[in-house]
Design a binder for this molecule. Structure first.
Ligand code: NAP
Length: 304
């Protein structure tokens, strides 16, 4: 049995792993894909302190991974299928067998939310995308739509102007949710055209996106916008399906913790985007990862 199992290899999980490894705990981190989390989908990160010129999401996460591994954190590619928290020994079931630990740090993040409209699923990967960094370069000299009004939508719309001739930003209200500096940049960019008070109702096309059908929520007027790509950035769903009924969650499904990252079950901690909180940033995930590791260490000492 190990001291700690960390689930999730984004900024929160890797930082927790770094701190656990430096504390010489018997720790392992499970990640179902490449470590790095959602930051890997970001072209340039410019609000993580210490990088005044910005840093690519890939490079930042590669550095975090190498730093944690350098201190001895083992990272294994495994998909977690379930948890058992009912006794002091916690069990994690994975696609490669069961593992036990005295404490768990959950840092499994969140997954892009879907619109749930006709055409979305059918055309995913054929013009519908949830990652501008991955798919943006396919839209050189074409027109694309971005759905959403938060930081992600505005940031990614700006990124897409590197390739597309026009980026329509479709937002359901008459005010963006995004940080002011991003709003200013979008307003100042000739290639970005904001379509206010509008929701997409259908994505049209057979083997590729041809157009998006829109509805103005104020006037109920319908319209069709010809675009070759639709990028959807309307927030995230927490990856908490496996802990429903085991841990206290908020009304949106995020894990509730106290300031020490302790969940409703002693010995189970949570950090990063999976937590119930107001600010989801790399910088907050990193701080929570460190706190979760510290709290888990204290828990192990007290329950030894
Ligand atoms: P978000 O802040 O939750 O914004 C989601 C956006 O999508 C909102 O504008 C929302 O509209 C809209 N929306 C939600 N459901 C919709 C639906 N069914 N149909 C149409 N529109 C819908 O999500 P996010 O932008 O992905 O950001 C998530 C978190 O990561 C935030 O905390 C954000 O600050 C952070 N983040 C930070 C950075 C950065 O600092 N550079 C970059 C990316 C993300 P309403 O506004 O009307 O609710």
């Amino acid at each position: 049995m190990r001291d700690i199992i960390i689930v999730g290899g984004g900024p929160a999980g890797l930082t927790a792993g770094l701190y656990c490894a430096r504390a010489r705990l018997d720790v392992i981190l499970f990640e179902k894909m490449t470590p790095g989390g959602q930051v890997l989908l970001t072209d340039v990160v410019e609000n993580y302190p210490g990088f005044p010129e910005g840093i690519s999401g890939f490079e930042l996460m590669d550095r975090m991974k190498r730093q944690a591994e350098g201190f001895g954190l083992p990272i294994e590619m495994r998909e977690v299928l379930g948890f058992e928290f009912s006794s002091e020994t916690k069990t994690v079931t994975t696609d490669k067998g069961e593992e036990k630990a005295r404490a768990i740090i959950l840092a499994c993040g969140a997954t892009p939310r879907k619109l749930g409209i006709p055409g979305e699923q059918l055309l995913t990967g054929k013009g519908v995308s949830y990652c501008a960094t991955c798919d943006g370069p396919f839209y050189r000299d074409q027109e694309v739509a971005v759905v959403g009004g938060g930081d992600t939508a505005v940031e990614e719309a700006l990124f897409l102007t590197k390739f597309a001739t026009r980026v329509y930003l479709i937002h359901r209200r008459d005010q963006l949710r995004a940080t002011k500096i991003l709003q200013e940049r979008a307003m100042a960019n000739d290639k970005v055209q904001i379509i206010w008070n509008t929701i997409p109702v259908r994505i049209l096309g057979e083997n590729g996106v041809e157009a998006i059908e829109l509805k103005n929520v104020k006037t109920s007027k319908m319209s069709t916008l010809k675009v070759q790509g639709v990028f959807i950035f309307i927030g995230y769903e927490p990856n908490t399906q496996m802990v429903k009924g085991l841990l206290d969650l908020d009304e949106l499904g995020f894990i509730r913790t106290n300031a020490e990252m302790q969940t409703s079950v002693p010995g189970v901690f949570a950090a990063g985007d999976i937590r119930s909180k107001n600010l989801r940033q790399i910088s907050t995930a990193v701080g929570e990862g460190a706190t979760a590791a510290f709290s888990a260490e204290k828990y192990l000492e007290s329950s030894a």
